[in-house]
Design a protein around this ligand. Sequence first.
Ligand code: NAD
Length: 376
Amino acid sequence: MLWDYQQPVAIRFGNGRVREIKDVAAEMGLTEGGLLVSERLFAQNGTAERIVKDSEGAITEIFSDFSPNPDVTEVDKAAALIRDKHLKFVVAMGGGSAMDLAKSAASIALTNDSITEYHGTGKAMPQEHLPIIAVPTTAGTGSEVTCVSVLTNRALGKKAPIVSDGFFPSVAIIDPELTYSVPPHVTASTGMDVLSQAIEGYWSKGHQPICDACAIHAAPLVFKYLPIAVAEPDNAEARQKMCEASVIAGLAFTLPKTTSSHACSFPLTNIHGIPHGEACGLTLDWFARVNKDAQHGRVQEFARAIGFEDVDAMADAIHELKVKVGLRTGLKDLNLSADQIADLVRISRHPNLYNNPVEITDEMLQEMYEHLAATD
Ligand code: NAD
């Protein structure tokens, strides 16, 4: 087996470390021209302004004009601001949406291109980019340590990741206190994304030993701490452990890449508005059962390594976790028509599907979506 491992992001983890943004920037020689891409809540509640003030002139602009599952037009707007103000670095403080927008904007700002030239077209991103300091505010995507930027083109009805080495942030500052304000349903959904990334990173065709170890570390933390973080938003231990799981699951999947559940999540989010992590979790137990005997027993080994008797027991636990934290286990309320199910099957045929260790046929997808369509 041949494998390469590289992880270029410096990680600073712990409560209160958001206050280190200025020091981190200074250590990188960045003393002026900073853009803070900030979650709207933090722009509204004074946190963003305080960070700008504390930066003593290093950060001069705030951009918070973007939506969850950021649109390509929002990336172009952020890039235009960077160009107009001749900005030199980007601090991305928010969930995956803020960080992914910042990554793409920090690359295309050095060109005159629109991100639409690269999104879903296969054209390689320019390698030059502004330095990024990533500050996640959800325990979810792990985007702070990945080379992925997931964008949506609402005009074309397309959601897809772009992958580029230039998307790796220079530094990730993970401050669990920033996640205390995440509402329970967002906590549940983003936490399910963590579990999906760990599990899919492990069983991906691109699996490798260091990422396997990260997946085995991250997944049990989600089973244990996600219900606590949902029920008690201020529980410091649960928030900290979910942040730990999130960054380590990010490391688990960024090189192997995600697989079937992520492929199916894109149309579920795009067409039916189901939040990203909830959409991933919806099919995770189904694919666990499909993949259970793949890779000469590796998936069974994973289930045992994280404390289950076998993959079926792990799949049952994923289902129970969804029920416990209030996430969907089916799509019955959407009253899906045969045409809508056919669309889901067709659009799930995303490149990530081909990383799945078992070949997924249209008949399998049809059966899965029909089952979900009939399930509460
Ligand atoms: P998000 O960034 O879309 O945020 C979800 C909601 O929570 C938003 O309404 C946001 O305003 C709010 N929010 C965020 N932080 C908050 C806080 N601290 N307090 C209160 N509210 C807060 O959600 P996400 O799950 O973090 O990111 C999802 C996006 O990331 C999707 O587009 C997904 O496809 C993408 N993604 C990217 C990667 C990657 O490696 N780049 C990996 C997985 C998913």
